[in-house]
Design a protein around this ligand. Structure first.
Ligand code: AMP
Length: 428
């Protein structure tokens, strides 16, 4: 299959060939004809599958072919909503590349930076607007944005927008658009709130599902370090002494955790920068650019900040904390091993994270191999006799182990994930 066979017009073909896209990816193959035919679309595919071009290419083509009303200036005819600034900028860069031989103009408006440049870009006019919900609402309130001519709406990473508390903003934004429009909806999971939105927004959608998340991990070499409490930083410092780790994206659970890990790496002369929601937009972009260009070897990130970020040739993903949502593990490690390259994912696990590990292994359908030979092994307690008085016991970590909180986002589990999820019994 070629892009030409998907009836893509010559100016876009030229741009795709400049990007070295020789043939469409599976999600592009399935989505492009449906979107070109004017259908609504419900997509499930993680980043790295070519999701952006799957919606951007047909949108560019449709808008390019649409007749515009003379003497009205440019009007926003497509709106793409995304949860994070980085993702918005990345999508905007992609769309600029794909549409460079057309007359279309696109612009991104995101929070965390001055509004001035965005106002100027809006005044010059845009056919395609990529936005995070917060800043978009601000500009709508200031009457700088008119959405009444939107013909195609894209909601990208809708489940993450829900997690980030954007869903009311999104609903408000949608009320400012014509009800008759084409809607493309992408979400990795389908919590009830999202299912409700899909039902109310999409009309007879084409459903596209690419590689259930549980099987994407297959080409990535995974390992787990079971560590004694309080030794993760030591283990990380130790691991990064290995110069064959060219670039590592380290995931922490919290923003403060990301800052702490970055500081502690600096103490042992390992170049690292952190990227998370408390950093200014400039700092985040700067950290990302430094990492992509190899100036820094380690990028420490929280899930939300790293979502959707596309880093070519990332050799290692390190889970400093195991996520409590198993799908997040698969999203994280999917950052490496892109475009057929092999990748390595290393995870640290302390006693209290063992239940998370069990959930992850259940989702991916296999046991993650344990690295046994390292300086900080977890002391696994074997209970000697049940009759021993509890008061005499000085260390019973299994009993003290906090149970991880049930995460509402995980229930009900997406039907998409249920497919292909062979459960495996682990021996830990
Ligand atoms: P995405 O899932 O949209 O973040 O895309 C992941 C990566 O794949 C990006 O670096 C894209 O530039 C690249 N990509 C998208 N479509 C193609 C294609 N048809 N051929 C080669 N690379 C692609």
């Amino acid at each position: 299959m070629t892009f030409k066979e998907l009836n893509i017009i010559p100016p876009i073909l030229k741009a795709l060939s400049k990007e070295n896209y020789t043939s469409p990816t599976p999600i592009q193959e399935q989505s492009i004809p449906a979107v070109l035919a004017g259908r609504d679309l419900l997509g499930c595919a993680q980043t790295g599958t070519g999701k952006t071009a799957a919606f951007a290419v047909p949108i560019i083509q449709l808008l390019n072919e649409q007749k515009t009303v003379p003497n009205t200036g440019r009007r926003i005819r497509s709106l793409i909503l995304t949860p994070t600034r980085e993702l918005a900028i990345q999508i905007s860069d992609n769309i600029k590349a794909y549409s460079q031989y057309t007359d279309l103009r696109c612009t991104a408006i995101v929070g965390g930076v001055s509004q001035k440049a965005q106002e100027r870009a809006l005044n010059q006019g845009a056919d395609i607007l990529i936005a995070t919900p917060g800043r978009l609402i601000d500009l709508m309130n200031q009457k700088r944005i008119d959405l009444q001519y939107v013909k195609i709406l894209v909601l990208d990473e809708a489940d993450r927008m829900l997690d980030m508390g954007f869903i009311h903003d999104v609903k408000r934004i949608i009320t400012k658009m014509p009800s008759k429009k084409q809607t493309l909806f992408f979400s990795a999971t389908m919590p009830p709130e999202i299912t409700k939105m899909v039902k109310s927004l999409l009309v007879n959608p084409v459903k596209v599902e690419i590689t259930p998340v549980s099987s994407t991990a297959d080409r990535i070499q995974q390992s787990i370090y079971l560590l004694e409490n309080g030794n993760k930083q030591n283990q990380l410092n130790h691991l990064l002494q290995d110069k064959s780790i060219a670039s590592a994206l380290v995931f922490t659970r919290t923003k403060r955790g990301a800052d702490r890990v970055t500081r502690d790496l600096a103490k042992v002369n390992i170049s690292a920068q952190a990227i998370h929601g408390n950093k200014s937009q400039n700092d985040r972009q700067n950290a990302l650019n430094n990492f992509k260009s190899g100036v820094t070897r380690v990028l420490v990130a929280t899930d939300i900040a790293a979502r959707g970020i596309d880093i070519d040739e990332l050799s290692h993903v390190i889970n400093f904390n195991l996520p409590n949502i198993p799908e997040t593990y698969v999203h994280r490690i999917g950052r490496t091993g892109r475009a057929g390259l092999s990748g390595t994912a290393i995870s640290f696990c302390e006693m209290e994270e063992l239940p998370f590990l069990k959930d992850i292994e259940k989702l991916i359908g296999k046991t993650i191999p344990e690295v046994k030979d390292h300086p900080y092994p977890m002391k696994r307690i074997v209970q000697p006799f049940k009759t021993e008085p509890a008061s005499k016991s000085t260390s019973k970590p299994e009993q003290r182990k906090p149970k991880p909180k049930a995460n509402p986002a995980r229930k009900p589990k997406s039907e998409w994930f249920a497919k292909g999820n062979k459960t495996s019994k682990t021996s830990r």
